[in-house]
Design a binder for this molecule. Structure first.
Ligand code: SF4
Ligand code: SF4
Length: 282
């Protein structure tokens, strides 16, 4: 399990702990401020990328010294993890509301509003102290957050939309807004997502890999290479000798996008922990 699971998941995947979506958010105004500050200024994404570009060009010693500070700071404020579609489905299964939001990276790049991100939230669990206090004080918010003015979606609508985006080879990622609160699920690709680009091309990880790794069943693969077209992480290769695709588990982020385009059902995701070459690679 990744570092966040150990810190915030108490034996489970951190993004599946419903408590992290509700009481922590409701009881911590600091997290709301992080969300507000993040959304208020899309320009910080492009300024951030300029800074990253400078860092990428800096001597390796400077990068080696500075990078851990940047990454640690990022983990406390806004950090992501790749998730396959079944994990998105599990998250949507227990949140109370889903709203579709403009993608701040794409807005910073194009100056136009493009809705690829989904805000999720959840009210406190019934047995929790906060729930009891709210009920006693008549807290209307127990019905869920006010989504007025936002594009609210049902779970089914949201999931259908994620499946459509997967067909376009977009990779699902969950994001914290001040750990361990999970504020949103995005749909990223390397050309548009600043965090994914920094992670994959600049050696500055702003997201963990998924808790999974993909593998190809050579008995089913016919070597059509459709899956290679959609892998954003350069994890796939083609064996001329065998006329099959192979996946390097040390490079695979476990997004499952390759699986969604394989008409032979030849690609499976396995728990990262069960794949020796990948289990310590985040
Ligand atoms: S899409 Fe499926 S059948 Fe085609 S190369 Fe990839 S794994 Fe093999
Ligand atoms: S090999 Fe498949 S699961 Fe792994 S990173 Fe590439 S597209 Fe994602």
């Amino acid at each position: 399990m990744c570092e966040f699971c150990h810190q915030h998941g108490e034996g489970r995947k951190w993004y599946l702990r419903a408590e992290n979506y509700s009481e922590d958010l409701l009881s911590d105004l600091r997290r709301r401020r992080v969300v507000q500050d993040f959304l208020r200024d899309p320009g910080h994404i492009s300024r951030g990328m300029e800074g990253l570009e400078k860092l990428r060009r800096a001597p390796s010693f400077v990068r080696w010294v500075i990078s851990p500070f940047i990454i640690n700071r990022q983990k406390k404020s806004h950090y992501g993890q790749v998730v396959p579609i079944e994990e998105v489905e599990r998250i949507l299964g227990f949140v109370n509301s889903v709203v579709r939001l403009p993608c701040i990276c794409r807005q910073a790049m194009t100056g136009t509003e493009q809705r690829y991100c989904y805000g999720v939230s959840m009210v406190p669990q019934e047995e929790s102290g906060l729930f009891r206090i709210a009920r006693e004080t008549g807290g209307e918010w127990l019905a869920g957050p006010d989504t007025g003015g936002l594009e609210a979606l049902s779970r089914e609508e949201a999931l259908a939309s994620f499946r459509e985006l997967e067909k376009k080879a977009l990779c699902h990622t969950v994001w914290t807004f001040a750990s361990p609160f999970i504020g949103g699920i995005c749909n990223c690709d390397r050309s548009d997502c600043a965090a994914m680009r920094a992670t994959v091309t600049a050696g500055l990880p702003f997201m963990f890999r998924a808790e999974y790794v993909a593998g190809v069943d050579p008995g089913l693969c016919n070597g059509c290479r459709q899956c290679m077209r959609v892998c954003q992480f350069g994890a796939m290769g083609y064996s001329i000798a065998h006329e099959k695709v192979i996946i390097d588990p040390r490079r695979c982020y476990g997004c499952g996008i390759c699986r969604s385009v394989c008409t032979r059902d030849a690609i499976r995701l396995a728990d990262r922990a069960s794949v020796p070459l990948a289990q310590g690679v985040w």
